[in-house]
Design a protein. Structure first.
Length: 589
């Protein structure tokens, strides 16, 4: 379906043409004076200069051409030269009825030429527990992916595990201290390694911090870890086998954690998967003359004349020949281009890595790792702070584990749900889980990604205000009315949405009609917060309509059926949107 604003603009364009004025002036925008009108066109003011006439005179000419147009209830010229528009109730009802005919997508069109877009998000580090910093990447990335997918694009999410580097050597070293006798450490061993890993996930999560702490105090221990890392990277058999155990145990646990967040990835690639592409990539950079030696290291210059601040060269290999985080990200681009030919790669990473990604992107472009028209996008997010305005911590001041945060919020939600209500324990737990997820995700996504925000348990879990639970509560309210209607033995089968019977009903319809424009701009600006802003307005419009309208007591059957159909449409629109945000609504709460 065409977007509402486009339909209005088309009419305005013809009116301008009929009035003998250039069509470029016919731009229509939502009104910034909703008390006066719904849409407006300010083109007569600009046109006045070209035609050397008073703006109001031109506006009146255009308004005259719209006088008999069925689309408008009001098309009037007001001083100094605005065109104020109100849509006719009949037109708006017909528009939303047409949306409802397509229950699946509510008339939102898919992109005519879909793109392949890879999205690098999550970024957990193997063997280290997920902490709140990883939460934002997962939540935002998942939503950006779902919005793109709804628009019809081929979206491929890659978790990009941090599974390379010193952390692996540290784990191996600590394991060797604890279990020196296992075959992985015996260099003469040629048999098969055990299929059972020599540790559990909780052991693994304890091994890493222990090893990391030791390495800071004990120089020899650190040396050993660096040596183990080196040998692993050189392909030492026993260490490779340990790496796959570490990966398996860790990935199984990560999958479970992400599943609880309603987050999933198409690809579970890691930094280690990029290693095979490094040698050829480096050779080519050298052969093409892009990489040169500077102070022993191999670097590619990436500064540009227009830079206002210093952009240091991108380091490809350290003086000892070791690769870096950079090198891995560049080689990752190599396999992504080779295997998927993406039109765009979006990185959802902490904004403190912005300079780093500027270097990587410039280097990839300069050395032609990407096609000229492949976009590389950095979607940097801000920090989630506690009430003290500092990065969110545990009460003891430690790094907050993601699982702890989720447990706390589930508990709070459970308490709220069981307050003065009686539901079975199981249902209350499950509902609490679903609603708590909406609280966390909406609390995060309703802010512009690049901004820091404050995690406020009290506010996020509230059923009132701009929160996830408020949106779910609104959906549940509609589900309950629809059920009551059905239980009364009635059916809205065959009903159509009638022209609004009240102002609040018309306002609701207008808000619904803006669905596809809202999703489109959220997609174009990679901005899930736009979906949040849209559904908050929509939920408000629905609740306003609900409070002013006696739906169940309505005696005219066709009017009541029309209300019911409008509720179904509203519910569907909200459900489509929350699915794009990555959460869902319970049946009751
Ligand atoms: N593992 C990294 C971290 O925890 C994030 C990875 C971001 N993605 C990337 N392609 N570098 O900081």
């Amino acid at each position: 379906m065409k977007k509402l604003l486009d339909l209005i603009t088309e009419e305005m364009t013809s009116a301008f043409a009929e009035a003998g004025l250039d069509e470029k002036y016919a731009r229509v925008t939502p009104s910034n004076r909703p008390d006066l009108c719904e849409y407006q066109c300010n083109g007569a003011m600009a046109a006045a200069k070209e035609y050397k006439k008073a703006p109001i005179e031109l506006a009146e000419q255009v308004a005259g051409k719209l006088a008999d147009n069925d689309m408008f209830e009001l098309a009037e010229a007001v001083k100094p030269g605005f065109l104020n528009l109100k849509l006719s109730r009949k037109f708006v009802a017909a528009y939303v009825e047409e949306m409802m005919q397509d229950e699946e997508r509510l008339g939102c069109e898919k992109e005519a030429s879909p793109k392949t877009i890879m999205i690098d998000y999550g970024g957990p580090n193997v063997a280290k527990p997920l902490h709140v910093g990883h939460l934002r990447s997962a939540i935002i990335g998942e939503s950006v992916k779902r919005i793109g997918r709804f628009m019809g694009h081929n979206m491929i999410g890659d978790v990009h595990l941090g599974d390379w580097g010193l952390q692996m050597g540290l784990i191996i070293t600590e394991l060797k201290e604890r279990q020196p006798g296992i075959p992985y450490f015996d260099e003469t061993y040629t048999g098969e390694y055990p299929t059972e890993p020599p540790f559990t996930i909780s052991e693994l999560e304890e091994i890493y911090p222990t090893a990391s702490a030791k390495s800071k105090e004990d120089e020899a221990y650190k040396e050993a870890a660096m040596q183990a890392t080196y040998e692993l990277q050189q392909g030492r058999r026993g260490y490779q086998a340990l790496l796959s155990h570490i990966l398996n145990v860790s990935v199984t646990d990560l999958k479970k954690n992400y599943e609880n967040l309603n987050v999933s990835f198409e690809l579970w690639k890691g930094e280690s998967d990029a290693q095979p592409d490094i040698p050829d990539m480096v050779e080519k950079m050298k052969a093409d003359g892009y990489a040169h030696i500077s102070e022993g290291a191999l670097v590619v210059d990436v500064k540009e004349e227009t830079d206002t601040k210093e952009i240091p060269p991108c380091m490809i290999l350290k003086s000892d020949g070791a690769s870096l985080y950079n090198t891995t990200d560049l080689a990752t681009i190599v396999w992504r281009m080779r295997d998927y030919h993406p039109d765009e790669i979006i990185y959802v990473v902490d904004k403190r890595q912005e300079l780093y990604f500027t270097q990587v992107f410039r280097c990839a472009r300069k050395t032609h790792l990407v096609d000229e028209n492949t976009r590389l996008t950095f979607l940097g997010f801000g920090t989630m702070n506690g009430k003290d305005g500092k990065p969110f911590k545990t009460r003891e001041g430690g790094v907050m584990r993601l699982s702890t945060l989720i447990e706390n919020i589930n508990e709070e939600m459970y308490r709220k749900i069981t307050d003065n209500r009686t539901v079975s324990e199981d249902e209350a737990r499950e509902t609490a889980r679903v609603v708590a997820l909406s609280a966390v995700k909406y609390g995060d996504l309703s802010n512009q990604a690049s901004k820091d925000y404050m995690f406020d348990m009290e506010r996020f879990t509230s059923f009132e205000g701009n929160t996830g639970p408020y949106i779910l509560y609104t959906i549940v309210r509609m589900k309950s009315i629809l059920n009551k209607y059905k239980e009364a033995g009635k059916s809205a089968e065959g009903a159509v949405i009638e022209p609004a019977h009240s102002d609040s009903e018309k306002a609701l319809m207008l808000q619904i009609a803006g669905l596809s424009a809202a999703i489109q701009s959220a997609y174009e600006e990679t901005a899930p917060h736009k979906v949040c802003a849209y559904i908050y307005e929509l939920a408000n419009a629905l609740n306003h309509f609900y409070h002013e309208t006696k739906i169940m007591a309505e005696e005219r059957a066709d009017v009541q059926a029309s209300y019911i159909r409008l509720l179904k449409l509203t519910k569907r629109a909200l459900e489509l949107c929350i699915d794009m945000l990555g959460f869902s609504a319970p049946d009751r709460m």
